[in-house]
Design a protein around this ligand. Sequence first.
Ligand SMILES: [Zn+2]
Ligand SMILES: [Zn+2]
Ligand SMILES: [Zn+2]
Ligand SMILES: [Zn+2]
Length: 207
Amino acid sequence: MDNNRFWKMDRREAVAQELLRNLDYKFESHCSVKSEDEQSLAEHKESCIFRPVGCSNEGCKVKFCAVYEEQHDSICPYKVLPCEQNCPGMIMRREMDRHCVTVCPMRLMNCPFYHVGCHTAIPQCTLECHCKENLRTHLICTLPIVHRNEEASEEEWKLRAEALVKAQSENELSEALDLRSLSIIVKKLQAMKREQQIEETRESTNV
Ligand SMILES: [Zn+2]
Ligand SMILES: [Zn+2]
Ligand SMILES: [Zn+2]
Ligand SMILES: [Zn+2]
């Protein structure tokens, strides 16, 4: 035996072969075929279902009988698979869990307006779309926070949200992807509106 704490690969294989020959009565892992001559033995070795083969997945060093190739493939940690959350990524089985919670664009996140009332979890990559489609909902959640000191009914906040949507010059409101940025734009739009009103009263009194 080697001085090494572990046996060399060829030594391990030889011992394994010997053990199998003696213990595997049902021939589940070794071959029962007996060949008369060297040539037919050599031919059989090429096609024997128990011939040793290596895993074809890059990075995997596991060897097994050819007959168990599929079985191994179905659990091989190095097998590359389509993302379980259906992003376009192809991910090794051993990295799938981590991928799905860290970098996968389809991983779920709470809406950034969750704590103020939009109780939805969305795939991270759909955030922009969600903010566009739910702009009014997000505004109705944001307005009472911007106007902390004001009391208003749900209906009044709705009307004010609608007025803001109309007042924006482009789509700057839907481009705000969190409470802070939306509040800033809301305040800006409201300030502009106030200035406009002052301007209008000045003009009308000047006439
Ligand atoms: Zn065989
Ligand atoms: Zn493998
Ligand atoms: Zn993914
Ligand atoms: Zn939302």
